[in-house]
Design a protein. Structure first.
Length: 357
């Protein structure tokens, strides 16, 4: 009898041990347990730690409550300004309601992934290329709202969505590189022009200051010479003042010619044309040239009056008849008198005096 009782007791203990092993469950700290009793949701969600279920009646499903990092596959799309791009992203989410994540959706991970892909395609078509490249924060917020709206009913909370990379065609990359190069060249030219403007203003102020003190220009010249001589050069370039060059040019030209003071006047009181100091040249009787310095000038006879030809008319006086004049004076013929050139300068070769009794 005692042996039978011992066998029954051992059997009961063994069955209880087997039941405990089958009913015992351990829920980790980052998990929550959802119990389905006979296919129906149990009201109580099991917290972390040791828990018991009814073997064969209850079914425990553990839900991870950690933040999940899920990469979104790259999506090809056309932006609003008709540029073909390839964009990939990453999404951060977590389960906040374990019961809804198990009951409302079959696989909440797959559902969130598909929703992220469709939302990414939609956000590409609504955005410009410049927004995708420079204004990603705004696009990330819009993408987060688009994914979070249906995910709330699944017991999932979207923490953050980030666009990782935007792949562009090679032609578009070259075009953007040329645009960036042109923009940088424009800014460089503007900066250079601004620097030239400021430098010209400062140089104008320096020139105005040096004009008041001429010695400052010489001091500046000496400073330039010292700066150039400090380097080991075989040639020294010395700037030369322009004022000194002008002074040397005026010195080479010589003094201006003196103005003739004396002018001869006729018998009527009118100023006559300029004559040389020695008077009109007379042809010598021996046939010598008037320009010959060895020939002595022949003075006219006392009865002959010398008068220079001017533009005044000749007085009505009887002209001498044909025949040789005394003392070798040639015969005067009005028809052979050359016309006087008023525009030519007066001189011994142009002024031909004639005699009248």
């Amino acid at each position: 009898m005692v042996q039978v009782l011992l066998i029954v007791l051992v059997a009961v203990l063994s069955g209880a041990l087997m039941y405990a092993m089958a009913a015992a469950r351990v829920v980790k700290q980052y998990e929550r347990g959802v119990v389905l009793r006979l296919g129906r949701l149990h009201d109580q969600v099991r917290s972390p730690g040791f828990t018991m279920i009814v073997p064969g009646v209850d079914r425990l499903r553990k839900v991870n409550m950690q933040i999940v990092t899920m990469p979104v596959p790259a999506q090809d799309g056309i932006t609003r300004d008709n540029v073909t791009v390839r964009v990939d992203a990453v999404i951060y989410f977590k389960v906040v309601d374990a019961a809804s994540a198990v009951i409302q959706v079959e696989d909440y991970r797959f559902a969130v992934s598909q929703m992220a892909q469709t939302s990414l395609r939609s956000i590409i078509g609504k955005s410009d290329l410049d927004d995708l490249l420079s204004n990603r924060e705004k696009l990330n917020q819009g993408l987060e709202l688009m994914i979070d709206s249906p995910a709330v009913g699944w017991g999932v909370q979207i923490d953050r969505v980030e666009i990782k990379d935007v792949s562009l065609p090679e032609t578009m990359k070259r075009s953007m590189a040329r645009q960036a190069e042109a923009d940088r060249e424009r800014r460089a030219r503007v900066i250079n022009a601004d620097a030239e403007l400021q430098a010209s203003k400062k140089l104008a102020q320096a020139a105005q200051q040096m004009s008041t003190q001429p010695a400052a220009l010489q001091l500046r010249l000496l400073q330039t010479v010292v700066a150039v001589a400090a380097e080991k050069n075989s040639t020294l370039v010395l700037p030369f003042p322009v004022e000194l060059l002008r002074f040397l040019e005026r010195a080479q030209q010589g003094p201006p010619p003196p103005v003739e003071a004396g002018r001869a006047q006729g018998s009527s009181g009118q100023p006559a044309t300029d004559q040389p100091e020695d008077g009109p040249a007379e042809r010598p009787a021996g046939g010598a040239s008037a320009m010959d310095p060895s020939a002595a000038p022949v003075s006219p006879p006392p009865s002959v009056t010398e008068q220079t030809f001017t533009d005044q008319p000749l007085p009505d006086a009887p002209l001498p008849g044909p025949g040789p004049e005394p003392d070798g004076v040639p015969e005067f013929d009005p028809e052979t008198l050359p016309e006087f050139d008023r525009e030519q300068p007066a001189g011994p070769s142009r002024i031909k005096p004639f005699t009248r009794h």
